[in-house]
Design a protein around this ligand. Structure first.
Ligand SMILES: C[S@@+](CC[C@H](N)C(=O)[O-])C[C@H]1O[C@@H](n2cnc3c(N)ncnc32)[C@H](O)[C@@H]1O
Length: 253
């Protein structure tokens, strides 16, 4: 866990939000429906958070999904939501770090990593998770990328200095994926409403409600949150969240 973050303050802002990153049920469904037939094997939803995408995957793919996250309260919420949606027989929750996943007995047909591959880093995540996949297995990751070759300086400074992330263009990320032993089946850019409806709007509302009584640690978290939203308002045309749909290329024998 990142020890530069005050996690109590972070979860005061983040508890019980619909999602923990940009995305929408509609986009998860669109991308899931775009996939070719899966080889036999497990489906893992890494960094599942409260699990909105887990529910969509189980419903649309009609397949069991193992939802993995390090934060137990998210998994408890997901288990309740799965029950309510009549999907509990298809969804298994596991509190586990995605940094040391064991091989699944039947191999992994699909790794879904929505809004979490930035934690290891895009290339590092691909490299770490690829060996789990069966031949022809798929890895679908949504991650932030430049949508222009000439990003504004202020947006670049925000991502590099505040977030510690070197953004790449979608094309460059595709090239990196190929270098890591994947074929790129497609890329899908999240529409603007997928940032707002279930992510920034609830966060902005919560932030405004908490600010009056916030102590120093919470104020720092709220400031960082409001800055992220503001940067998106001003420069959101230059970067986006992008689903990368990748298929493992078999190792040469
Ligand atoms: C930005 S959130 C995305 C959550 C969810 N996929 C969504 O889009 O709403 C990243 C998630 O990764 C989880 N996470 C962070 N580090 C992890 C790790 N080492 N192993 C498993 N999950 C981790 C967090 O608890 C959080 O739920």
């Amino acid at each position: 866990m990142d020890d530069t973050i005050d996690w109590d303050a972070f979860f005061t802002l983040h508890h019980d939000l619909p999602r923990e990153g940009p995305g929408s049920d509609a986009m998860t469904e669109t991308v899931a429906r775009s996939l070719p037939p899966l080889p036999p094997g497990a489906i893992l939803d890494l960094g599942c958070g409260p699990g909105r995408q887990t529910l969509v995957l189980a419903r649309v793919l009609k397949h069991s999904v193992v939802a993995i996250d390090s934060h137990r309260p998210y998994l408890e919420r997901l288990a309740m939501a799965a029950d309510a949606a009549g999907l509990s027989t298809l969804i298994e929750t596991r509190q586990q770090s995605f940094f040391n996943l064991a091989h699944e007995p039947e191999g992994v047909a699909l790794i879904w990593a929505e809004g979490c591959i930035y934690i290891p880093g895009f290339v590092e995540g691909l490299r770490m998770w690829r060996p789990l996949l069966v031949p022809g297995g798929l890895l679908v990751a949504s991650d932030v990328a430049w949508l222009t070759k000439t990003p504004p300086d202020e947006a670049r400074a925000y991502w590099e200095e505040d977030e510690g992330i070197q953004l790449l263009t979608v094309k460059k990320k595709s090239r990196r994926a190929v270098a890591e032993g994947f074929e790129v089946l497609g890329t899908h850019i999240l529409p603007r409403e997928a940032w707002w409806d279930d992510y920034f709007n609830p966060l902005a509302e919560r932030s405004a409600a908490l600010r009056a009584n916030a102590g120093p640690a919470l104020t720092r978290v709220l400031d960082a949150n409001d800055r992220e939203i503001n940067i998106w308002r001003r420069f959101g045309d230059s970067y986006g969240y992008v689903f990368h749909v990748l298929r493992k290329v078999d190792d040469a024998v």
